[in-house]
Design a protein around this ligand. Structure first.
Ligand code: GZL
Length: 341
């Protein structure tokens, strides 16, 4: 009995000693970490990045290009947040960056609207905001310094012009052309721009019937589900316009499950956007007819912009990244070997 009591006293003594040690050093440990972080931050340009999510191959490459640019070796301290496709998470992240007094905020807005208040807060706090990939719809354009991204209307027009040429080549200029559209995230500048651009071209062709445009959230799962619905609803589909490769992958699965074929020699033509490597392989084999590139490698462009701002040089309101259009004719082995995304 005595031994049990002694054992208990020893255990309690050890626990008390541990608690005491933690109180003495534990906080010091955290203070030390904070101080280290503070020291690290002081010597570098601090950039808060709010990425909208990780929904697609494009997004993964876009995130990698930013993380590869804003490195310690390049003199940066990167604070990164993934908003998982939710605007409220981006708003929280931006407010957190403001409270952490970062030097710059970079974000890819999941949708175009709803940013005025938080951008006004950043402006009042003196934190410059740079848009990446997508843009915002605000009255006061002084709320952001610049946007580095794609010309989505031009991308949509490229898709339309390719279809014009293809149908002319096939002598298919009078008969009805039945088109369905898998749209990206409703209200995103990529969905708005690509739709506007393609519709502008389609409006010049009375025989083009856009049967339906439906949101499939830029993901392959939703792309497959929405395409299945289109196939059930429309017996005659000639063209699928899919606003990103991930939705295209899902749509092709659904079309093949229905017993129909796709691509250059298939029942249904496939027009896609992004041109990630795995999609270009499908272009090369004739499964996807054309892929309109959307270049995710924006990190280097963003670095140059911040270098200019740091040097007090003026910057443009909009920078467009270079982009191409891929068909079987120009997806060579070299293109695939050199592809970084
Ligand atoms: C376009 C980008 C789009 C891509 C999709 O710049 O915003 O979002 O086309 C991604 O793959 O989800």
């Amino acid at each position: 009995m005595f031994l049990k009591r002694a054992y208990g006293i020893v255990i309690i003594g050890i626990l008390l000693a541990l608690v005491l040690m933690f109180m003495m050093f534990g906080s010091g440990l955290f203070t030390e970490m904070e101080e280290t972080t503070q020291v690290e931050r002081e010597n570098r340009i601090v950039v808060g990045v709010s990425q909208l999510g990780s929904e697609s191959g494009f997004r993964t490459a876009n995130t990698e290009s930013v993380q590869n640019a804003f490195t310690q070796q390049n003199g940066y301290f990167l604070i990164y947040n993934n908003a998982r496709q939710r605007q409220e998470n981006q708003l929280k992240a931006i407010r957190s960056f403001i409270s952490q007094r970062v030097d710059y905020i970079i974000f890819s807005p999941v949708v175009e609207t709803g940013w005025e208040t938080v951008l006004q807060e950043a402006k009042e706090a003196g934190v410059p905001v740079i848009l990446m990939d997508r843009s915002v719809d605000v009255e006061d354009e002084s709320l952001y310094v610049t946007c580095v991204g794609s010309n989505f209307v031009e991308e949509g027009e490229k898709a339309g012009h390719w279809l014009e040429k293809e149908l002319q080549k096939q002598g298919h200029t009078q008969e009805p052309v039945n088109i369905v559209v898998l749209a990206g995230t409703e209200g995103s500048s990529s969905q708005i721009g690509r739709t506007e651009g393609f519709d502008a071209v389609a409006g010049g062709h009375d025989n083009w019937n856009i049967l339906e445009q439906k949101c499939a959230e830029f993901t392959s799962t939703r792309g497959k589900e929405v395409m299945r619905g289109f196939l059930r609803k429309y017996p005659e589909i000639d063209v699928v316009v899919s606003q990103n490769d991930d939705m295209t992958f899902g749509a092709i699965e659904a079309i093949r499950e229905s017993g129909r074929t796709v691509g250059v020699d298939g029942d249904i033509m496939i027009i896609s956007f992004d041109a990630v490597e795995s999609a270009l392989e499908m272009v090369a084999e004739g499964t996807i007819n054309v892929d309109i590139e959307c270049n995710p490698n924006q990190g280097e462009y963003l670095l140059q912009v911040i270098d200019m701002l740091e040097a007090g040089e003026p910057v443009e309101k909009q920078y467009y990244v270079e982009e191409d259009v891929f068909t079987m004719e120009n997806v060579t082995k070299e293109v695939l070997d050199e592809r970084s995304y």
